[in-house]
Ligand binder design. Structure first.
Ligand SMILES: Nc1nc2c([nH]c(=O)n2[C@@H]2O[C@H](COP(=O)(O)OP(=O)(O)OP(=O)(O)O)[C@@H](O)[C@H]2O)c(=O)[nH]1
Ligand SMILES: [Mg+2]
Length: 127
């Protein structure tokens, strides 16, 4: 099966990185992740990630360099996650399509129940 392509944002503030919590009623509800989502047809990854950050958090952003690429097999379908360094340009972060957001020091990410596919992203953040 071909993987679903997903983009994820690495947004930093000082030593911290932004993680968001999936709504309880959604798939993997209650788990933490990096904001982002599935690519729509005919969208570039950068366009898709900017759209997701607007939809989920209400912010304008700039998508920068690729940070990590992860292939992971979930029981239902594999995912290919493209994680990009992003810059928060404008707007106050709101929990629109997420239940919570938190700025977490990279050394404390292990305290959170983060989606298993994100392990290589976390490892790179902690290097
Ligand atoms: N955004 C995001 N998705 C991730 C991460 N890690 C990870 O395994 N995923 C998986 O990627 C898939 C797509 O993400 P999503 O459900 O947020 O997609 P979406 O925002 O387009 O939402 P939708 O499906 O309700 O339209 C999910 O199955 C999710 O489990 C991550 O760090 N960020
Ligand atoms: Mg999403």
């Amino acid at each position: 099966m071909l993987p679903i392509i997903v983009t994820a944002a690495i947004l930093r503030e000082g030593e911290t990185v932004l993680i968001t919590r999936r709504p309880l009623q959604s798939k993997h509800g209650g788990l933490w992740e990096f904001p982002g989502g599935k690519l729509d047809p005919n969208e570039t990854p950068q366009e898709g990630l900017r759209r997701e950050l607007r939809e989920e958090l209400g912010i304008d952003s700039e998508v920068g360099d690729i940070f990590e690429v992860v292939y992971f097999r979930y029981p239902q379908t594999p995912v290919l996650i493209l994680a990009y360094e992003c810059r928060h340009l404008d707007g106050v972060i709101q929990n629109i399509e997420v239940s919570e957001h938190r700025w977490v020091p990279v050394t404390e990410l292990h305290r959170y129940d983060i989606l298993p596919a994100d392990a290589p992203i976390i490892a790179r953040l902690q290097r």
